[in-house]
Ligand binder design. Structure first.
Ligand SMILES: *Cc1c(COP(=O)(O)O)cnc(C)c1O
Length: 379
């Protein structure tokens, strides 16, 4: 059996243990500590925004973003439908209702036209505007942020970016996650960098940064005894995990460069299969980190993502369906949806390819050959 090629395997830089050992030496085996401060500092430098709070997960970052924006029970929050459930779940943690919006074909992300339709209609139906907007930079591809922010600003609704998959991606030269009012990152094992589990919230200013740190550590007021005015959370990143993050920051740029290289190689190798497209940056304004390289196939092939997935699985290659849109999930069956069939069509005609930064060119050739074989046999 050929060795397994994984979709997005954790890729260590080699120096992570140095920070972990320091944590143990100083008995900093606790939430908070010097590694957390250092990790936040390194992230802030990289992003060009010093107000970054390290948290236990990307999901926690999205949740605290919504709390900071004042989302409460009875509110509605607009969310991209074509995404992972973690983009939408925190809306329900607040007792609010998600309103799902379709994607547009250039970036696969939130359609600005469907977004405005949703805002106008929700005002008609409920008498009030949605409280926040969550666009996602899916697979690392930046959403059409100028258009989305123009609509958001017109109705004075804040934007919380889900940049969990987009660390290192830029839109018009600016880092994803720093374009909206708040931005959420994830350092789960399969993301661009890993802390073995973790996330961060990018905040607009020092006051917001302090507020998030306060909420993430049980909302303890500055008193000699524990005193609480508001509900808090235990959402800080552990000092041990942050040590892994510090080590990963040394190789972040290399990891992003390698993901882009892998995408380029797939683009070259798969260019001659008619009716199969490797997803590309729609223009120079968009610079995806290509967290995952994705393909779509035309209807004329008369196949399904599952058929291709199984053919590659037989070669011991892991691929994955594109995200099943949230408006097609039983758990969100009652949530309002605005748009057409863009997200559904992508789901039914696409596949994620192995894209981890530790993959070799030979691995990518093996995947591309398996895909070519599949379509040759299908002819
Ligand atoms: C991974 C991911 C999240 C959640 O991040 P965790 O760190 O796993 O909680 C949120 N949104 C998207 C789009 C993701 O891919």
């Amino acid at each position: 059996m050929k060795s397994r090629i994984f979709l997005s395997f954790p890729h260590l830089g080699g120096n992570e243990m140095k920070w972990i050992e320091e944590a143990f030496k100083g008995s900093w085996v606790v939430p908070l500590g010097p590694n957390v401060n250092e990790f936040e500092h390194l992230l802030g430098n990289y992003l060009g925004n010093p107000y970054v709070v390290a948290l236990s997960a990307g999901t926690a970052a999205l949740h605290l973003g919504l709390v900071a924006l004042g989302v409460e029970a009875g509110d509605e929050v607009i969310c991209q439908s074509f995404t992972f459930a973690a983009s939408a779940n925190p809306i329900t943690y607040q007792g609010a209702t998600p309103v799902f919006v379709d994607s547009e074909p250039d970036t696969w992300n939130m359609c600005p036209v469907a977004l405005e339709n949703a805002i106008i209609d929700r005002k008609k139906v409920t008498g009030k505007y949605p409280k926040a907007i969550i666009p996602v930079h899916l697979y690392g591809m930046p959403a059409k942020m100028d258009e989305i922010l123009a609509v958001a600003n017109k109705y004075n609704i804040p934007v919380l970016e889900d940049a969990a998959e987009a660390l290192g991606s830029t839109y018009k030269g600016t880092m994803c996650g720093t374009l909206g009012k708040y931005g959420a990152l994830s350092f789960n094992g399969n993301k661009i960098i890993t802390t073995s589990g973790g996330g961060a919230l990018i905040c607009p200013d020092e006051e917001a940064d302090k507020r998030i740190k306060f909420l993430a550590t049980q909302a303890r007021e500055n008193m000699p005894y524990y005193y609480h005015n508001v509900i808090g959370y235990n959402y800080r990143l552990s000092n041990v995990s942050a040590g892994i993050g510090c080590g990963q920051m040394q190789v972040l740029e290399q990891h992003v460069a390698r993901r882009r290289e892998i995408h380029n190689l797939y683009t070259q190798l798969l260019q001659d299969i008619e009716g199969v497209t490797v997803m590309q940056n729609p223009s120079n304004d968009f610079d995806s980190n290509f967290w995952l390289t994705t393909i779509t196939f035309d209807d004329s092939w008369n196949t399904t993502p599952e058929e291709i997935r199984q053919a590659l699985e037989a070669e011991n290659i892991e691929t994955r369906w594109l995200w099943r849109p949230m408006h097609m999930q039983p758990v969100f069956a009652n949530a309002p949806y605005y748009g057409g069939d863009c997200a559904r069509n992508l789901f039914e005609h696409g596949l994620c390819l192995p894209s981890g930064s530790s993959l070799t060119d030979d691995d990518i050739h093996r995947v591309a050959d398996a895909i070519k074989d599949f379509f040759n046999k299908k002819k």
